[in-house]
Design a protein around this ligand. Structure first.
Ligand SMILES: NC(=O)C1=CN([C@@H]2O[C@H](COP(=O)(O)OP(=O)(O)OC[C@H]3O[C@@H](n4cnc5c(N)ncnc54)[C@H](OP(=O)(O)O)[C@@H]3O)[C@@H](O)[C@H]2O)C=CC1
Ligand SMILES: Nc1nc(=O)c2c([nH]1)NC[C@@H]1CN(c3ccc(C(=O)N[C@@H](CCC(=O)O)C(=O)O)cc3)C=[N+]21
Length: 296
């Protein structure tokens, strides 16, 4: 058997097209241009690449992009002052603070100082609580993009056994909430899980969000399962740098029913969902109808 490769890049292009259409309508009919502010503190090269591609995608969708690059030694008070300014700027509908922040900054405090309505990452405690209680919220981009691909491939997820490997606040936990919301039976596995291989083998839906290159081999995958590989790991192989996921793609693709590749899977969907969340936030802020099919 050979898995269907879920093309995240193509799916993301479709979502971005829908976002661009909605943006064009907002401009024409309401005279509003959605705006996304991205805040980057320090000089992490990988983060700079992400921030640049987010800015480019934002502009391509017809929205305004505001980039704020602050030096690594920025104080908490300075960062909070910038966030306060963005919270009160009517041209800014979404704010993303790139993580991780330098160690001297308390990221929980910083994230919770965002206006929850502008928190397009969905990391603010109030969005986390709304998602956990099934209320309208801002949904974290990576889990939202993963859910869209799962629904597209499987149709209904109801009653399926889902295993999420990883329990971070930004991927694992919100992913589990979304799967529960779609009536999966959800298991969250982590570094203390006993018999991880056995747990994974029961999964109809296996989401890997660990951050360990190719940790999950094909023989942990249930035949015909749908595998979502969230991991983005840069490794050296044959003298070249290469991007790999948390799943051993070759061996898993022989067993799974469908699998997302790295690159070209979850990553592009994350950016597309960030744009979608910005449009959603803009519509909510202006009391306008939200784009359909772009929220959870
Ligand atoms: N595609 C995309 O758009 C995005 C990709 N990512 C990628 O996803 C991956 C995960 O990111 P993130 O959630 O932020 O990572 P974190 O480091 O915050 O969390 C990793 C999780 O994996 C668990 N874990 C670590 N080692 C093992 C192990 N040996 N067995 C089982 N579980 C283990 C940890 O368990 P414990 O809690 O017990 O320590 C933890 O819950 C990374 O590769 C990251 O780059 C992240 C965000 C977006
Ligand atoms: N506040 C915050 N929100 C985030 O959403 C956030 C963050 N901080 N910090 C870092 C992680 C990581 N992340 C990615 C986004 C896109 C790709 C992506 O598009 N990847 C391409 C490859 C890109 C490449 O070649 O490097 C792909 O998988 O095909 C990857 C990773 C968002 N994150």
């Amino acid at each position: 058997m050979s898995a269907k490769i879920i093309d995240g890049k193509a799916f993301a292009a479709k979502v971005r097209g829908q976002v661009a259409e909605h943006v064009a309508r907002l401009k024409k009919e309401n005279g509003i241009t959605p705006g996304l502010a991205v805040v980057l503190v320090g000089e992490d090269p990988a983060s700079e690449v992400y921030v640049r591609s987010k800015g480019k995608a934002t502009v391509e969708a017809g929205m305004n992009s505001y980039e704020h690059k602050l030096p690594a030694e920025t104080s908490e008070a300075e960062l909070l002052a910038l966030i306060d300014k963005l919270n009160n700027d009517p041209n800014v509908h979404g704010i993303l603070v790139q993580l991780p922040l330098p160690k001297h900054l308390n990221s929980d405090l910083v994230i919770n100082s965002l206006d929850p309505a502008k928190d397009v990452d969905g990391f603010h405690i109030s969005n986390v609580g709304l998602l956990g209680t099934g209320q309208k919220s801002m949904v974290p981009c990576t889990p939202l993009g993963s859910l869209m691909m799962l629904r597209d491939h499987l149709g209904s997820l109801s009653g399926l056994d889902a295993v999420v490997v990883g329990r971070s606040n930004i991927v694992g936990k919100p992913m589990a909430q979304l799967l529960l919301g779609d009536s999966c039976t959800v298991t969250i596995a982590h570094s203390r899980t006993k018999d991880l291989a056995g747990v994974c083998r029961k999964a109809d839906i296996l989401v890997a969000a660990v951050g360990r290159p190719e940790m999950i081999p094909g023989d942990w995958v249930k035949p015909d399962a749908t595998v979502i590989d969230v991991g983005i790991n840069r490794i050296e192989r044959d003298g070249k740098t290469k991007l790999v996921g948390d799943v051993q793609f070759e061996s898993a693709a022989k067993v799974a029913g469908a699998i997302t590749p790295v690159p070209g899977g979850v990553g592009p969907m994350t950016i597309a969902c960030l744009l979608a969340n910005t449009v959603t936030a803009c519509c909510r802020a202006n009391g306008l109808a939200e784009p359909e099919g772009l929220t959870a």
